[in-house]
Design a protein around this ligand. Sequence first.
Ligand code: GLC
Length: 438
Amino acid sequence: MNIRFFALFFAMCSLCATANEYKAEQWNIDARKKFAEQRFGIFIHWGLYANYAQGEWYQQVTGLDTETYGRMMYGFYPSRFDAKEWVRVFKDAGAKYVTITSRHHDGFSLWPTKVDDGYNIANTPFKRDILGELSKACDEAGMQLNFYYSLMDWHRKDYPAGTVAVSCLGKQKGDYASYKKFMLGQIAELIDNYHPGNIWFDGEWEHAKCNNGVWERTLDWEMDSIYDFIHSKKTLTANNNHQPIRAKEDIQIFERDLPGENADGGYSKDQPVSLDRPVEQCDVIQKNVWGYRITERSFRTPEEVVAMVTRAAAKNCNLLMNIGPDGSGQLPSRAVEVMAKVGKWFRKNGESIYGTTSAGIGDGKNVYSTRKGDELYLHFVTPGKNTFTFKSSGAFKSANGLWDGEKAKLTVDGDMVTVAIRRPKGYRFNYVVKLIAE
Ligand code: GLC
């Protein structure tokens, strides 16, 4: 390598450093930490699509234009919507925060926004400010509220339609400057009126794809300036873009996958895990869909949800579990039942999840671990798997089951520790043992 090449290389590196430089301020560092400590949140996908009861992609899948699909705005009257009752269910489930679709891909807004063309809740017969009511109920219950916000849009004339939106908008060139101005106007309203913890973007992937590790982007969303705007209002940014994390993103999202596992062969394949920012896995309770789908009967079991929370926590990751309320405003009853049982588990075992970090012990299949200070929690996830041996540099004086207080048996052989548990009869959840250091 000659000296000219070196000089050019370093000049390029320093250019990249300037472009990416973002020094998180103290409020930001504190808010990220608070977010990570919460570990478990509820995701809500709700909008006009709940009335069609075919999932949140109904408009796109059927190729409906917004005039046809959007007529449902005049029939949207979720008479059973009760924000307090929703929040009671979430809190009772052990969740610490809620993230709701303020505006999904169909472009319909769940609050009476002043900066759109009228495609929002104020123009439904229901009229009530859904986000306002939810925000009040969350405040009263001490829960954090966050907003999902779609970058992709299937409604507006100024949105530059990509490969997905084309099915609803046709080949529309749009006007990104105008669309961005609209988004910033909405984001300002969301933050100023309802004080969310984070703005959670989705849909950027419509204009990006990765070929053998090289990203190709067909639209410059100018995300940096959008993030600056959000940060200026002391709010966190998150982006479900399936891409490597960028400097101004505060939370990294993994869609239906644990960070780094690429389990579904799907969205996180080109997404290296960030080591210095909180990570969140979003997933679905009605297994195959986010918005309400009346024919979807495969719900996750409470044991599955608890195991998912555990696997996530053991990877320093939050779990955001989605529920799609129906068009009447009710949460599907099966989801409510599942969440009540999850909450029962959390009431005994919460300390092994909230505010913990990964302890790096486990077999990645049956046994996982978390820690808080000197305390180590071993999670026996699989029924029937009742002993586990691991290497430890320190000694433990006791091991107690969090569910029933039953003492687990500790056997020490050199630096190898074996923990043997006895599960209560019929208990099929994670059995958690707390090991106290000597
Ligand atoms: C996907 C889907 C969307 C859903 C989101 C949640 O990106 O497009 O419908 O909102 O995942 O993570």
